[in-house]
Design a protein around this ligand. Structure first.
Ligand code: 3PG
Length: 306
């Protein structure tokens, strides 16, 4: 079978080598399309693919239609909002993700960003420490749980709200469960977003929640830009000059925000949360192994379009 790795933002070379080894040892061939700059290149590359490994690369109905032999798409990562699940299901294509494989990398970046904001973007003025500050984790999935573990190391007061109601899991992790999302924002100096983009979460964090944050609040977004109501956030930041917003997922209005809220916002130029060799190896090799066992045994344990 032909396995295509199509990554606009490439994996580390060592991860690609690992993926190749897993694929070839199982008798498959590996094709690589890295750093592509146009959709046409992707459409051309998928023409003969039986399996596809992607990251945040858009796999829409057109891409699926250009891949008549395609049987499985594995998103090497957590969020699969870049894949048109309905179109894949219609074509009988299995879609999987690799949950948990890159979550520590993302969680570590949360603190890189929180520290940067707490130290006033390293502008030379006195900032504040994370120790004894409160952090609220918005959704207690794999990244949220890693954030909780690291936050304890900083000596922070950790609480979480989970939209899936995983209260027991929150308690087992030694974290305080919060009953509703408003209380999470009202009670925490730092809030870290870990909700996926769904119709329910799209634009769900804006003026109402952000203005609840205590003085000096820092909102950290390593999840998705789509969960933010950008106008609402800007309005909140206008009214509350003490609030900072740091994101690994650049908002559409990044340039305007950087101009208006100078020194209070920071956006990575490219999404960097999962961009470590370790996360690339974990997620990339997990994706390759899932494809191998799908072809060998029909294993669809990680299927997300059931
Ligand atoms: C994910 O959903 O796994 C993360 O957002 C990482 O995405 P990336 O693979 O595009 O860096």
């Amino acid at each position: 079978m032909e396995i295509l790795v199509a990554t606009e933002k490439p994996f580390a070379a060592v991860a690609v080598e690992g993926i190749k080894k897993v694929a070839e040892e199982a008798g498959h061939t590996l094709k690589l399309l890295e750093k592509y700059t146009s959709k046409e290149q992707l459409l051309e590359a998928v023409a003969t693919a039986d399996a596809l490994i992607v990251r945040s690369d858009k796999v829409d109905a057109e891409v699926l239609a250009a891949a008549p032999a395609l049987k499985i798409v594995v998103r090497a990562g957590a969020g699969y909002d870049n894949v048109d699940l309905a179109a894949a299901t219609e074509r009988g294509v299995v879609v999987e993700n690799t949950p948990g494989q890159n979550s520590n990398a993302v969680a570590e970046l949360v603190f890189g960003m929180a520290l940067m904001a707490a130290r006033n973007m390293y502008d030379g003025t006195s900032g504040s420490e994370l120790k004894d500050k409160s952090i609220g984790i918005h959704a207690f999935g794999q990244v949220g749980r890693n954030v909780a573990r690291i936050a304890r190391g900083f000596g922070m007061d950790v609480s979480a709200f989970d939209y899936k109601g995983r209260t027991e899991m929150i308690e087992e992790a030694g974290v305080k469960p919060v009953a509703d999302v408003a209380s999470l924002y009202a009670g925490n100096k730092i809030v870290s977003l870990h909700i996926p983009t769904t119709p329910a979460t799209r634009g769900s964090v804006g003026y109402d929640l952000v203005t609840l944050m205590p003085k000096g609040g820092i909102l950290v977004n390593t999840a998705r830009k789509e969960v933010i109501d950008e106008e609402g956030l800007a309005k909140a930041m206008r009214e509350r000059p003490d609030i900072k917003y740091v994101a690994d997922v650049k908002p559409d209005s990044a340039a305007a925000m950087e101009e208006e809220f100078k020194g209070r916002v920071f956006f990575t130029p490219k999404k960097m949360g999962a961009q470590t060799s370790e996360a690339n190896i974990n997620a990339g090799i997990a994706a390759a192994r899932q494809i191998v066992s799908f072809f060998a045994d029909g294993d669809t344990r990680f299927q997300v379009n059931k």
